[in-house]
Design a protein around this ligand. Structure first.
Ligand code: DC
Length: 215
């Protein structure tokens, strides 16, 4: 069983996916973390991401994997390093490069082909697993998503103006939904859940009911 959860930044995908994976006891794959991991490597190696041969070279020497819910880049655990604003912005940019997407999608398919899994991202239901058993598309107003991100950053000690956080979210929405390769959009048969006015527990309850009914 593959469960796809797509949607824009801050819609609550990863929180819902984590809870759901515990409830159903199946693996959770955070595909956004993989784009972030590669963006982090691009930053660290000072690679020019506009130069496709440099990107290809970097991809060929990069190993991204998950272990016990943690993300590893070339053997180093990088859960925290990939959550900075700089990495968020760059991940949305490098995610427009088709070679990067192909490389990461291959890894995603390899992990999930042999077991039940929940994957969250932007293109899971449309491209990575178009035959997924369940496809959800979580969304919310940019303001609601911005407020959530703002609180999350505050809890990590990062003081950023709410207005800036909302603007960054809008920019990423634009990048993610207008790129040529696998843009962010709901799959035709996705179940759309607007989380603007419902909390995480209600979202997970709704998803669980749909999954248990449809199984
Ligand atoms: O879900 P996230 O915010 O951690 O994702 C970071 C960026 O990675 C996002 O702006 C777009 C990109 N991404 C993507 O293009 N496709 C995915 N399946 C997941 C993420």
């Amino acid at each position: 069983m593959i469960i796809a959860i797509d949607g824009p930044a801050g819609a609550g995908k990863s929180s819902a996916a984590k809870k759901l994976s515990k409830k159903l006891e199946i693996e959770y794959i955070d595909t956004g973390a993989m784009y972030r991991a590669f963006a982090y490597k691009v930053l660290k190696s000072k690679c020019d991401y506009n130069n496709i041969s440099e990107i290809k070279k970097l991809l060929s020497t990069t190993k991204i994997n998950f272990n016990n819910g943690h993300i590893f880049l070339d053997g180093e655990k990088i859960d925290l390093q990939i959550r900075t604003n700089e990495v968020s912005k760059l991940s949305s940019q490098i995610a427009t490069i088709k070679e990067v997407r192909k490389n990461l999608v291959d890894i995603q398919r390899n992990i999930a082909n042999s077991k039940d899994a929940i994957l969250d991202g932007r293109d899971i239901g449309t491209h990575v697993f178009p035959d997924a058993s369940f496809k959800f598309f979580l969304t919310a107003s940019p303001e609601a998503r911005g407020k959530r991100r703002h609180l999350e950053l505050k809890s990590k000690g990062v003081n950023e103006k709410l207005e800036n956080v909302i603007n960054d979210i809008k920019k990423r929405d634009f990048n993610d939904s207008t790129r040529d390769v696998s843009p962010l959009k709901p799959a035709e048969n996705a179940i759309i859940i607007d989380t603007t006015n419902i909390n995480l527990n209600e979202v997970v309850k709704l998803m669980t009911e749909i999954i248990l009914e449809g199984k």
